[in-house]
Design a protein around this ligand. Structure first.
Ligand code: NDP
Length: 242
């Protein structure tokens, strides 16, 4: 299988790249700016004996994503699975939120998913086969104070993916959402400690999730074991919904 992963250089995306390579798949991942992390990961993932490519590509830019997708299919072959993990936060109460923070989050998180899925759905539909997994968040399902921009982008991903599943199901393409809670990555590291501790108190299992635990779910969803699953939202949050 050939898998495409956006935002693969760090965090959850990184674990997904490693897991898919371990599963025996060729993986093309993209990152925005952290070239060192991307190169280190490409080497590590390739140790599983599959082909791994790392490309600098801003998912908010439609031309960038088209170039990345075309290059991937030219170098590796037709993409069978696409996973969108690229995402950012710009947290602030709505009344203090500058338009730029709103726009950047929506462009990266939601437009980014549109750009990747459009290219993937076109290619997969032609071959009548493929699986898409989009990373949302519990914030997109339940809302979260201080994250109106982020929650809007992540809720948008859910409506988008459910629609895509209905559109592309008849052409053999599945699309699902994974909505994580608090997962131990740089993104959570950026949260003020007091806010993190307060939110952790609401997590039934009493700990942060690990990126590998999210990657396990993604690995299942892109596989044939999930052949009858599409248009679904999978929450993975240890019992913590804020
Ligand atoms: P990280 O901040 O750890 O990593 C983000 C990744 O996305 C990096 O690889 C980064 O690249 C890449 N990226 C960011 N912006 C762009 C862009 N414009 N174009 C291409 N790549 C980009 O995030 P997480 O791993 O924590 O989050 C992954 C996904 O999971 C996100 O969509 C996030 O919203 C979601 N999520 C995370 C949760 C958590 O608790 N961590 C909870 C719920 C959802 P670079 O290294 O170059 O910066």
């Amino acid at each position: 299988m050939i898998a495409l992963v956006s935002g693969g250089s760090r965090g959850i995306g990184r674990s997904i790249v490693l897991r898919l390579a371990r599963d025996g798949h060729d993986v093309a991942f993209c990152y925005r700016s952290n070239e060192d992390a991307a190169e280190r990961l490409a080497k590590e993932a390739a140790e599983h004996g599959t082909r791994v490519t790392a490309t600098r590509c801003d998912v908010a830019d439609g031309d960038d994503v088209r170039d990345w997708f075309t290059r991937t299919e030219r170098e590796l072959g037709p993409v069978d699975a696409a996973v969108t993990s690229a995402g950012i936060t710009r947290d602030r109460p709505l009344v203090l939120m500058p338009e730029d923070d709103w726009n950047q989050v929506l462009r990266t998180n939601l437009d980014g998913v549109y750009h990747v899925c459009r290219a993937a759905a076109f290619s997969m539909s032609k071959r009548k086969s493929g699986a898409i997994v989009n990373l949302s968040s519990v914030a997109g399902v339940y809302g979260n104070a201080g994250q109106a921009n982020y929650a809007a982008s992540k809720a948008g991903i859910i409506g988008f993916t459910k629609s895509l599943a209905k559109e592309c199901g008849p052409r053999g393409v599945r699309a699902n959402v994974v909505a994580p809670g608090l997962i131990e990555t740089d993104m959570v590291g950026e949260m003020p400690e007091a806010v993190l501790q307060k939110q952790l108190k609401n997590v039934a299992l009493g700990r942060l999730g690990r990126p590998e635990e999210v990657a396990d779910l993604v690995s299942f969803l892109v596989s044939e074991r999930a052949a009858y699953i599409t248009g679904s939202v999978f929450e993975i949050h240890g019992g913590g919904t804020f």
